[in-house]
Design a protein around this ligand. Structure first.
Ligand code: PMP
Length: 407
């Protein structure tokens, strides 16, 4: 087995050479957004320098080249998540837009008073608010699976809350606030046994663990480009063809039609039906390059490396007096949320920045999680394929220094 070559991976990410306040950057805010390898930067640059034009429109050479690159990214995503076919891959602005699309185009026409949508207590706001909106619009009700003190879903409560009233289950694969990896296969199987479809929010899963939508039998699976080394403003909605075909368009405009007249407009086939208007061409091309990059390194290798970092960091941080880790699930990926007795999370963030260490401090767009554990916010160190064990040492040292400063 080849050694995991973190040095050569780091060489692909120019920003990792940055210094912050004269100290080497230790970038541990990857759950918010990852950095970009030159392969992604160059793919976008090459497009603009050599091939750029609008897609799916022109017969001229540049438009065809742009279209080929754009469609090529869809092929890459299909392979990456093992969708049955390319037209099950819809490009959106991100995980947020993908969830809103499903809420409005799939759920809204099917919901009425008395129906229920089932989510969990550890969802990101983007997997809460779209469902609250559609419940408001239809009179349906939102039900929430509770979480344990360790940060795991209470699966017996899930089983009780899944009833004949449930019309859709929407669940996060990996929690951005706790790092918990949820048993999504088990959830999908249980929901399917009673005929309920499942949306999986994979924003924090795809960068860290291999995902196979066919093996999961997920009905919808969503993620964002910028959390998997790609550009912002681009994301993916995977949906089963049968479901996507039955859904009305989310937005109207160019590209999503076959013909338009004032008497009758007919919609385009999948995936274009859901891609109204000129898409984020460079974003999609960049995402394609990011996926090729991740595949080149290999998700099993990345997952193993990051798991090592997680275990090492957990051990290191647990040794620190007055530090409490929020979220101690048996299955975790990618991150550690923590609080200090003596220092507010925002001050932790500021102090660590002074040491060159970038972490997130806040509620992580998961306020119900903060409420559940009785904390206003947490500090969160989140990992990517390029992080090192030395950087974990730097993190731990910077935390120790912060505590001493506040004593
Ligand atoms: N779900 C999860 C679990 C996330 O972590 C995020 C981003 N923090 C989102 C959804 C939303 O992603 P985006 O803002 O890229 O649409």
């Amino acid at each position: 087995v080849a050694q995991y070559d973190v040095v050569s991976i780091r060489n692909d990410f120019p920003i990792l050479e940055r210094e912050i306040f004269g100290k080497p950057l230790v970038y541990l805010d990857n759950a918010a957004s990852t950095q970009h390898p030159v392969q992604v930067i160059n793919a976008v640059k090459d497009l603009y320098e050599n091939n750029y034009s609008n897609v799916h429109r022109g017969v001229h050479t540049l438009s065809q080249e742009s279209t080929n690159l754009y469609d090529g990214a869809r092929v890459a995503v299909r392979g990456f998540i093992n969708a049955a076919c390319v037209h099950e891959v819809i490009f959106t602005r991100g995980a947020t837009e993908s969830i809103n699309l499903v809420a409005q185009s799939y759920a809204r026409p099917r919901l009425q008073k008395g129906d229920e949508i089932l989510i969990t207590h550890m969802e990101h706001h983007s997997n809460i608010v779209p469902w609250q909106m559609v419940c408001e619009q239809t009179g349906a009700e939102l039900k929430v699976v509770p979480i344990s003190d360790k940060g795991e879903l209470e699966m017996d409560r899930f089983a009780e809350l899944l009833t004949e009233k449930t019309k859709l289950v929407s669940v996060v694969h990996v929690s951005n606030a706790l790092g918990t990896v949820n048993p999504v296969k088990q959830i999908i199987d249980a929901a399917h046994a009673v005929g309920v479809p499942v949306l999986v929010d994979g924003a924090q899963a795809v960068p860290h663990i291999p995902v196979d939508v066919k093996a999961l039998d997920a009905d919808f699976y969503v993620f964002s480009g910028h959390k998997i080394y790609g550009p912002t403003g681009v994301g993916v909605l995977y949906g089963k063809e049968r479901l996507l075909s039955e859904m009305p368009p989310y937005q109207g405009g160019g590209d999503m039609i076959l013909s338009v007249s004032f008497e009758k407009t007919t919609y385009n086939q999948l995936p274009y039906k859901f891609e109204a208007g000129t898409p984020n061409i460079a974003g999609v091309v960049g995402l394609g390059a990011a996926i090729h990059y991740v595949q080149k390194i290999g998700l099993p290798a990345i997952a193993a490396h990051e798991h090592g970092l997680l275990e090492y960091a957990t051990h290191k941080l647990e040794e620190i007096d007055g530090l409490r880790i929020i979220g101690k699930a048996g299955q975790k990926a990618g991150l550690i949320s923590f609080v200090l007795d003596a220092v507010h999370p925002h001050d932790i963030g500021t102090m660590l920045d002074g040491e060159g260490v970038a972490v997130r401090a806040g509620h992580h767009c998961a306020q119900p999680v903060m409420e559940r554990y009785g904390v206003p916010a947490t500090a969160r160190a989140s990992f990517a394929m390029y992080n090192t064990f030395h950087e974990i040492d730097m993190l731990a040292e910077a935390i120790q220094k912060t505590i001493q400063m506040f004593e």
